[in-house]
Design a protein around this ligand. Sequence first.
Ligand SMILES: *[C@@H]1O[C@H](CO)[C@@H](O)[C@H](O)[C@H]1NC(C)=O
Ligand SMILES: *[C@@H]1O[C@H](CO)[C@@H](O)[C@H](O)[C@H]1NC(C)=O
Ligand SMILES: *[C@@H]1O[C@H](CO)[C@@H](O)[C@H](O)[C@H]1NC(C)=O
Ligand SMILES: *[C@@H]1O[C@H](CO)[C@@H](O)[C@H](O)[C@H]1NC(C)=O
Length: 573
Amino acid sequence: MMRVANLFLIFLVFAIHHLRCSSIMPESLPASSSEQPYRTAFHFQPPQNWMNDPNGPMYYNGVYHLFYQYNPTGPLFSDHMHWAHSVSYDLINWIPLDLALSPTKSFDNISCWSGSATILPGNKPVMLYTGIDSENRQVQNMAVPKDLSDPYLKEWVKYTGNPVINLPDGIQPDDFRDPTTAWLAEDGKWRIIVGSQKDKMGIAFLYQSEDFINWTKFDSPLHKVAGTGIWECPDFFPVWIDNKKGVDTSVMNLRVKHVLKVGLFDYAKDFYMIGNYSPEKENYVPQNELTPSTLRYDYGKYYASKSFFDPVKNRRILMAWVNESDSEADDIAKGWSGLQSFPRSLWLDQNQKQLVQWPIEEIEMLHENKVSILDKKLEGGSLHEVVGITASQADVKISFKLSNLEEAEELDPSWIEDPQLTCSKKDASNKGKFGPFGLLALASNDLTEQTAIFFRVFKNNGRYIVLMCSDQSRSSTKNGIDKTSYGSFVDINPQQDEISLRTLIDHSIIESFGGGGKTCITARVYPTLAIGKEARLFAFNNGTESVVISELSAWSVKKALINVKKTISCTDQ
Ligand SMILES: *[C@@H]1O[C@H](CO)[C@@H](O)[C@H](O)[C@H]1NC(C)=O
Ligand SMILES: *[C@@H]1O[C@H](CO)[C@@H](O)[C@H](O)[C@H]1NC(C)=O
Ligand SMILES: *[C@@H]1O[C@H](CO)[C@@H](O)[C@H](O)[C@H]1NC(C)=O
Ligand SMILES: *[C@@H]1O[C@H](CO)[C@@H](O)[C@H](O)[C@H]1NC(C)=O
């Protein structure tokens, strides 16, 4: 009773401060947590139905906006996608609003697909999005807020002259989508890219415009790579070469490099390149190639991401769609499908070879019950339970110190090609020398259910190589779930650096950050025993060599107010 009363009080206070009655649709509360063990506490999700790509994230006049692909009629993907809309003052608690875009006009009446926000001079937001038109062609459309004095920008008006960009010659009608945030070039014209393909060559078409209405395509795309299939949800933005702050999308100088991220539909994964953009040549020269084994934002379930520059805290924020791993029948039973990742800030690593990602600091608002462990030796084959926190809703940081590294196993060179495969062959029950060691998340009392996030250290030509894995093979006793193991290498030197792991655990999602955010892995899991208060958390070492936990800090994470629809009437205020 106490808990219910508290929650109600928090909600009431929150409602008075932030909610405007007129914008809230009354709706019953989501089913109780015992009926819905996989709903999350601090990850963004709508109260029900299907959600996928984040769209048009932006900060405008004190408010963060997130739009997202949404099917208002059910828990599965639909041929008629809409843009749903939520706003936030802190990127943690989210207020649901009415749908922002629905398929209604000849230029988008089959579907309103993904797009991006740009803030034009004079502080005017504008949205470019892909419409599937009445002839089943993908075209690019524009929409603007109806009333700039509305603090939530609830209503959006489509430009009557849409589409602003038609399908280019020689491109299939379903291969042209997802316009980016525009950047302003030195010639005073805006630039955007749009994802496409021709004969399996992935393409980022480049356009320019003075007025955001009349767009002209450059003959050469910004970039293209043969054999990669269609590029979805491209993102193109600068990062400082020498600090962790974010950079506004239009900044162009010698202190930045440019990131080109593309979602490869054929792999359902987000890949990125780091490189140099020359505005005078209108081309992009990446320093790393785009291949299936190249850099990815996340080596687990994480797709269709989009970033935006947050001018308040001077950072670039990244959000992505995290798909389900259960079956369509499960989604129908749950009544929903899809989450957004916890927002991450991202920046260029000191070595300028990769990006680093880290959960935004606002998560600290939700921390409670901190527990710590210092300098604890974990013998080979041992477990250490982390008690005193809610293990199903937690933020855990752990770092390991290793000595006698010369005892490490030799790396088999064939493992380098496919670290994910190595992780599934050498799961957490497969003893090595240094490793597997790490965390057992969402573990049941008898350990039949557990998700192990762990490291292994190998010797290779006088160097040491660190592999990071997320092993879902024992995550649930349920069948019909995709329990693929994920993994990648972490670019650190364990002779100098401790091996660190941070893991966000939220009922059915586990987001892990290895090596301070150099390697990220997100997993979806559906335990049947390790749910709610039954879930346990351990540090473990299943190698033969001992390791030392130099430091562990863990917190329970409180429930955020995410898209909770108002159930009290306005007069209650
Ligand atoms: C879209 O518009 C076309 C012509 O304007 C119409 O024939 C078609 O029925 C519409 N489709 C939907 C799904 O509303
Ligand atoms: C559109 O822009 C192009 C190039 O910037 C220009 O040549 C053309 O005249 C413009 N068209 C209209 C209708 O303004
Ligand atoms: C979503 O998850 C299902 C089940 O694991 C998988 O088959 C599908 O490829 C995923 N789709 C995307 C876009 O991630
Ligand atoms: C450690 O290895 C043993 C033997 O292979 C296995 O039974 C046990 O489940 C493993 N522990 C973990 C946490 O995977």
